[in-house]
Design a protein around this ligand. Structure first.
Ligand code: GCU
Length: 368
């Protein structure tokens, strides 16, 4: 582990050799530099922020669960030179006098989040568990932002809406991950307008591919109070240098559309990247961060995910928050947490389960 650590880019040293000594240093030069490195070498540059054309349409609103929960569907619409885009948002909000905190889930291929009945309580999206604990359960599907396949040359989804009409692309043009992350910020734009939601206490949760995208969303958009990455693995929470299981070559060959073209230049050359994933996680500090792994998820590599979290912690301590009281991987099904950071290793395979969700909510109850 010590040798692995030594091979990594320094958290507190910028490319011109300047060292971070204070929170002000971190915020004024190192944090912005890391964001730019991720834009340049990994995710690409998003060409727009919040579009002026952004509109919210209430499609449906009804009471469910004997009147204890409001179920709403909101269409988030926006237009660009290439036409109109749409995010279909589902919200289940406990009815209370006060605003409630929320969990947003970024669903992926094979996961249905629209027209889910509260009682269904699927393992990956346990709406009933979430509302019963007093949180709003908010979901969107990442494929509303960009369908998860390669062969369309970035002509659909938000790329089709906002990119240049001739579809020319630079090596740092935004890929699918960046589009998915952009979408969660638009979801946050809506939540800020909903009088039932406490927008200061919103968590974003992603699993596997959307776990990677959520980390980027949380890095860029400081309105997310808690960022949760579940089994995000390669190019998510896991340190790339010395990683086992999936490597850059695998992820870039298997998913040509996820990252920008510059990232592909580092296949089998992880050591030459100016970043590694502790730097991505560090961008979430001092906000709350939770990383989850699964014991049989060798492709994601739990040890490297845990290491990513450990090595991001110096930014939390710079801010005066405690670090985890161990640097050893905790036993299975035994979550560990500090004031702002949490981790668990669930027993079992690559998945997101009710147990994972229970741990995320326990962490949010304790710290958010
Ligand atoms: C593939 C991919 C992983 C990804 C996973 C998923 O296994 O290699 O990087 O996390 O799909 O999203 O389910």
């Amino acid at each position: 582990m010590e040798e692995r650590k030594r091979s990594l880019p320094e958290l507190f040293e910028s490319s011109n050799g300047r060292r971070v000594k204070t929170v002000e240093d971190w915020r004024s030069f190192r944090r912005p530099e890391i964001i730019e490195l991720y834009r340049e070498y990994v995710y690409g540059r998003e060409p727009v922020g919040r579009p002026d054309s952004l509109r919210f349409h209430v499609v449906m609103e009804r009471l469910v669960m004997q009147g204890t929960v409001v179920h709403k569907q909101i269409d988030i619409k926006f237009t660009g030179l290439g036409g109109e885009g749409l995010i279909r948002l589902q919200l289940y909000i406990p009815v209370t006098e006060s605003r409630v905190p929320a969990f947003i889930y970024a669903a992926i291929k094979g996961q249905r989040v629209s027209e889910v009945e509260v009682e269904e309580c699927s393992a990956y999206w346990p709406v009933k568990d979430i509302v019963s604990r007093g949180y709003a359960a908010v979901s969107y599907h990442v494929e509303d932002l960009d369908p998860d396949f390669y062969d369309e040359g970035y002509q659909n989804g938000v790329h089709g809406v906002f990119d240049s009409p001739d579809h020319s692309r630079s090596p740092d043009a935004w890929g699918a991950m960046s589009a998915w992350a952009w979408g969660s910020s638009r979801v946050m734009d809506y939540l800020e307008t909903d009088s039932r939601i406490d927008s200061e206490r919103v968590a974003i949760v992603g699993y596997s591919r959307s776990g990677k995208a959520c980390l980027w969303a949380g890095a860029l958009d400081e309105r997310f109070a808690l960022v949760v990455s579940n089994d995000s693995g390669c190019s998510g929470a896991a340190i790339s240098r010395g990683k086992t299981g999936e490597r850059l070559l695998n992820i870039n060959r298997g998913n040509l559309h996820w990252f920008n073209d510059n990232y592909k230049k580092f296949n089998e050359r992880e050591d030459e990247l100016p970043i590694d994933q502790h730097l991505l996680l560090s961008l979430i500090a001092p906000r709350h961060l939770y990383v989850a792994s699964a014991s049989e998820d060798n492709w994601a590599d739990p040890e490297s995910e845990f290491l990513g979290l450990l090595l991001a912690q110096p930014v939390y301590t710079l801010y005066g928050f405690s670090a985890l009281d161990t640097d050893q991987m905790p036993p299975m099904n035994s979550p560990v947490c500090s004031e702002r950071v949490g981790y668990h290793l669930r027993e079992g395979k690559h998945d997101i389960t009710r147990y994972d969700w229970k741990c995320f909510m326990d962490f949010a109850d304790r710290t958010l």
